[in-house]
Structures are given as C-alpha cells and as structure tokens.
Design a protein around this ligand. Sequence first.
Ligand SMILES: [Zn+2]
Length: 353
Amino acid sequence: MANLHSNFLCPLPPGLNHAVTREIGGHEREGRISTGADAGGVVSGHMIRKLAIIVSAFAATAILAADSGPQRKILFFSKSSGFEHAVISWKTGQPSFVEKILLELGKKNRWDFTFLKDGTNLNKAYLAQFDAVIFYTSGDMTVPGTDGHPGMPPEGKQALLDYVRGGKGFIGTHSASDTFHTDNESQRGPDRFVNHGDKADPFVRMLGGEFIKHGAQQEALIKVINPQFPGFEKIGAEFSFLEEWYSLKDFTPDIHVLNVIDAPSMKGDEYKRPPYPVTWARNEGKGRVFYTAMGHREDVWTNPTFQEILAGGIKWALGDVKADIPPNIQTAAPEAYVNPPYIEPKSRAPKKQ
Ligand SMILES: [Zn+2]
C-alpha cells in the first residue's frame, strides 16, 4: 500500500512532518486503512480530518485544537450484505457522502470517527475501544454479501449485543433496520409482514423494530412526540421530508417513540396502515439505543432538521446528555403493530392453470 505521506505533494508547514508520520503510523498499525477507502475496510475519520486540515495550511493551530481535551470515539459500520446505498458507497475511492457529513458533525462535537466496512475484527476487544457504534448496514452481517467485504465473526453479533448491554451507545440509521432479519427473511414474502414479538431476532429486539418494505419516495408528515429529547428542542411539532420512507414492524414494546409518520396520508400499499414510529430511543440493558429510519437520500443527510435529530441521538447514546425515555408506543402510535397488507407481486404469482 502506498505511503500516505507520499501522496501529499503540497509542502507541509514546518514541524508538521511528525504529526503526519504519527497518523501514518496509526495507519500502518491497523494495516488495512487507506485514504482512498477502496481496498482496506477501515478508515479513521480522525485521520482524514487531520490530513485535510494539514492541506488547508491551517495545520498547526487546527491540529493543536483537535488534540486538546477529551474526544469520544465512534465506530461507523456501513457494510452492505444486502442492498448497498449510494450514500455509504466507497466506490468513488473517497469517504462516502455520509462519512463526510459525519466528519463535519464530528468537528463540531469532538467525535472521532472510525469508518469500517470489513467486519473481520468486530469482536469484544475491538468494540471496547469505542464509546458508541453507528450501523448503516443491510442484510446478514456475518457474510460478505453484496459489497464483498468480509462479514463479522460468528461471535461478533453477540459481542455487539453484550457491548450495548454493558452500557455503551448504539445508533442505527435507515437500513440498520434492514439488517439481521428475523429468520433471515430475505424474501419479501408474507412472513415479512408478520410481527414476531419475542421471537424476533435479538438484533431486531435490540434495535427496536424491523424493516418490512418501502414504497416510492415521497414527502411525508412526521410528528415530533417528545420535543424535550436531545436534538428535538428546536425543530417544531412536525416536519416533512422527501425521503424513501421505511414501513416498519415488530417494535420492541419499551421503545420511547420520538417521531411518528402519518402513513394514512401517504401513497402506496406499503403505507396502508395507521401511523407508526420512525425514530425512537430505548435502553438495552445498561446501554442506550437510538434509531431513525431516515437517511436514504443525500439531501436528507444535509438537511439541518435531520442533522439536529441525528446529532441529538448520538449525544444521548454516548451518555453525554440525559433524557427520560419512558415507553410510550401505546400513546404515541397506538396502532403501530398493525402492518400493511401483504400483496403478492405480480411476477411471483403462481401461474393459473
Ligand atoms: Zn434506502
């Protein structure tokens, strides 16, 4: 692998060689990091940010500022064993669109991100270095699947659950709910529309809900349930986005609902159901879990309301801000367990004799 240092042709300000070498040293220890992000499977956002700062010629002061005071370490895992979203793709050889947004949020909040797609080392010891983990994933994380990056080891899933239950933070965005489906439901058949309750996959129970299906992208009306929760203080009683809205099921009964989607006003069979939660928080053991179904589109990631909600959720999941999260699904979305009807796709319909 090319030495990162040699890739930077601009002259470095005096005294900064050491800083760069130190970062590259970290790179070499990891052994699988590349700034191009196209071959390895791990990129430290901290490194990218620092290198970018150096190039900007404000290096000396900026690096000092970035190094002072405590930082929170967050793992962003964006492996796609199922559908790979464009906003998390490394195909351009650059950090993904989402990773660039996270780096911006990280600068404002002193969050040091590590970007990961290779699940090989996702075990207890690896996870222990992080204060929180964000999943923007899809499918079965133990197999290479769509993006070809190695999956988590078999014990990795349990290690993740133990990590959260032990008191850490977990944040799921968008297709995190399309991950580790109950009974490996890869087909969108009738089972996909059934609630499994206690028999749902432990990851689904931890996350708090499971993706069923989505319809056409459209603007939907989203109600804010708890304006006191971090990130919701300034965004008003409701908002609407153009987004690929997930129809969700199997909500863990103890979730604290933060957003409810006005499904009855939407177009498409997937939304023929009463209003249901699309953002929530819950405790898993001693840990804090935050999920939002939003995050498909680039212009959602750049939307200030979404960023407020996400940043608030991350702060809460880190334990840096507190909030009461009593279970409220019975009042916030009393018919949330009513799922949309399963409609046999025309291509799958049995041939009539
Ligand atoms: Zn999507």
